[in-house]
Design a protein around this ligand. Structure first.
Ligand SMILES: C[S@@+](CC[C@H](N)C(=O)[O-])C[C@H]1O[C@@H](n2cnc3c(N)ncnc32)[C@H](O)[C@@H]1O
Length: 258
């Protein structure tokens, strides 16, 4: 293979074609470009931008249909006070007609409320609190960027994904915490099963259409029957909700004992 040096992004189109199957042509390589959302994230200094975690390219691809819609977006985790709610301000700029709701355990976060930004103070690990916030704002897009504890990520998904409307999107960020073990001193490993292990069981069940998949509880089977698609990239996962549960899977889940 031709030696193209260290930085693949500096390759010309001709060089890309030269290496054939090794890289994609430019049009395809930019299917997930750094777009408006990433630029807004950079200027608000949220770590979701391409300068750090690089989450926004995927999110813009997924959330473009919501861009001009009137809807609510809920983010668990407002961030350290000195940054002044950078991700909430990013969402507000990107979605001009949306109501943005932040949840944080720290009371000081309330000071970042402004037009179209609402803040609820509470513990995102408490299902009752989460359900109350959901009932109040009825969000269509939910993003969990709060504690990143395994149990909290699972509780958030189990509690809120069933409440989302069809076409709703549920995102869980910083899921690499699933790979940091308790023995290594990780505070995130607060549960017998990591978020990724839990979620990957659901993902496997979805991929095989709940046919010869892993053993799930009835609640987990029902969750899976509502999943339309899953988008995974480094350290984050986004789950899209179906218009209706997949009937055969839903019915089968009714006969499974938990
Ligand atoms: C990573 S920061 C959020 C960053 C912000 N979303 C951004 O992208 O700029 C995590 C936030 O979650 C909050 N948090 C931690 N544990 C929480 C819990 N159990 N319930 C609610 N918020 C929590 C912290 O106070 C902190 O503000």
């Amino acid at each position: 293979m031709q030696d193209l040096g260290e930085d693949p992004s500096k390759r010309t189109n001709d060089q890309m074609l030269d290496v054939g199957a090794d890289v994609f042509p430019r049009e395809v390589a930019e299917l997930l470009p750094r777009g408006d959302l990433d630029a807004l994230a950079i200027s608000a200094e949220t770590d979701k931008s391409s300068k750090r975690h690089d989450y926004m390219r995927l999110y813009e691809h997924l959330l473009t249909p919501y861009r001009d819609k009137s809807f609510s977006m809920l983010e668990l985790g407002v961030g350290i006070p000195s940054r002044r709610a950078p991700s909430l301000r990013t969402w507000k700029s990107y979605f001009p007609n949306a109501r943005i709701v932040g949840v944080d355990i720290r009371g000081i976060s309330k000071t970042f409320e402004e037009d179209r930004i609402h803040i609820e103070i509470g513990n995102a690990a408490r299902p009752r609190f989460l359900r109350r916030v959901f009932q109040k704002y009825q969000p269509s897009v939910i993003l969990d960027d709060a504690s990143h504890f395994w149990s909290h990520q699972i509780i958030g998904f189990q509690t809120l994904f069933p409440l989302l409307p069809p076409g709703g999107v549920y995102i869980v960020e910083d899921i690499h915490t699933s790979f940091l073990a308790k023995e290594e001193g990780s505070q995130y490993a607060d549960h017998t099963e990591s978020f990724w292990s839990y979620f990957n069981r659901l993902q496997m069940a979805m991929v095989c259409a709940q046919n010869h998949g892993p053993e799930l509880t009835r609640e987990e089977n029902r969750l899976v029957s509502w999943i339309d698609a899953i988008f995974v990239t480094r350290k984050t996962v986004a789950v899209v909700k179906r218009r209706a549960p997949r009937r055969r899977e839903w019915q089968a889940s009714s006969s499974v004992e938990t």
